[in-house]
Ligand binder design. Structure first.
Ligand code: NAP
Length: 298
């Protein structure tokens, strides 16, 4: 079984939903990630409506053996432009065929339910996921954004390889129950949005993002009050980052990597420079006093 590198390559930043992307740079970023020791890539059919999967398929055309590929199912874009959930077996069986085609592979290493679908009994969903393993179309099955109740129901049908959750220096709400439950049950925790959609790079404010950048609205969802708390916390992060001669983004990534309960983080990296900076964060250690100083209080 492949051991996932501590950082995985996130396929959302290269999908085009966050402002304009350049596909050649995206492919170079994926190749750089492989060179730097990243051995797995996460994507979803919803990321750029298949664009992210297609780019990954192209980038890995002659490098299939070098990357563990994870994608997802059960989310599509409704006519109102909003994400809709569908984890019925029929939808999953159709979704996977399209992903296999775009990724240009015969097997997906990790297939994940993207969001729980309250209108489909989870046992039916997980039965369909298990069937895909039996058919050899996927190697491992996992989930994203599931709670403990749902995990308990599916884990007894077929082992859950991994759980994706939002986790970063300012989003730690799953530390109390969900992460310990996964530790206890051998479910790998994969932390997504390590830079809180790029906000923790210290470079982004909603007003600076282009109209085409979906993050503009995502970041604006947060209240003014919440955003100003984040901005003042980023100022604190800058003090630590400067003292260690690293960037704020590297500090945010190192902070997660210092938590051994997180199996791997999924980092969105738009350029080869991001890849180099973020993989270098693997070697950054934080002292207890730095960790103490960096506790975010909402
Ligand atoms: N399962 C789920 O429900 C779910 C949800 C969200 C995400 N995910 C996964 O997690 C991955 C990562 O999450 P994310 O994309 O939301 O957020 P993220 O990794 O927190 O942020 C990515 C953005 O951070 C900026 N960035 C990255 N490295 C940087 C560096 N060294 N210096 C400065 N800026 C840097 C880039 O911003 P610019 O683009 O502005 O350059 C990049 O697009 C996704 O790609 C996806 O695979 C899963």
């Amino acid at each position: 079984m492949v051991k996932l590198s501590r950082i995985g390559f996130g396929g959302l930043s290269i999908s085009g939903v966050w402002g304009k992307t350049d596909d050649l740079t995206s492919i170079k970023s994926i190749h750089k990630a492989l060179e730097e020791g990243i051995n797995w890539i996460d994507t979803s059919p919803i990321y750029g409506l298949g664009h992210s999967e297609s780019i990954i398929g192209k980038a890995l055309k002659h490098k299939r053996g070098e990357a563990f590929i994870a994608t997802k199912c059960g989310l599509y874009l409704g006519e109102d432009g909003k994400g809709k959930k569908n984890l019925t077996p029929e939808f999953i069986f159709q979704d996977i065929e399209e992903s296999l085609h775009r990724l240009n592979v015969s097997t997906i290493d990790l297939y994940q339910c993207h969001w729980p679908d309250p209108s489909t009994p989870i046992e039916e969903t997980w039965g369909a996921m298990k069937e895909l393993v039996k058919q050899g179309k996927v190697r491992e099955i996992g989930v994203c954004n599931f709670d403990i109740k749902l995990l308990k129901r599916i884990h007894k049908i077929h082992p859950v390889y991994s759980l994706q959750i939002p986790y970063n220096i300012i989003r730690t709400e799953h530390e109390k129950e969900l992460i310990p439950y996964c530790q206890l049950n051998n479910i790998r925790v994969l932390a997504y949005s390590p830079l809180h959609l790029g906000l923790l790079s210290g470079n982004h404010k909603p007003e600076n993002l282009s109209e085409q950048d979906r993050r503009k609205t995502a970041i604006e969802w947060e209240s003014e009050e919440q955003l100003s708390l984040y901005y003042s916390f980023i100022e604190k992060m800058k003090l630590v980052a400067e003292s260690k001669n690293i960037t704020v983004a590297q500090l945010a990534i190192a902070w997660i990597l210092n938590n051994s309960n997180i199996h791997s983080i999924i980092s969105g990296m738009r350029t080869p420079q991001h890849v180099v900076q973020n993989t270098n964060a693997i070697n950054i250690n934080l002292s207890n006093s730095e960790k103490e100083f960096l506790i975010f209080r909402a």
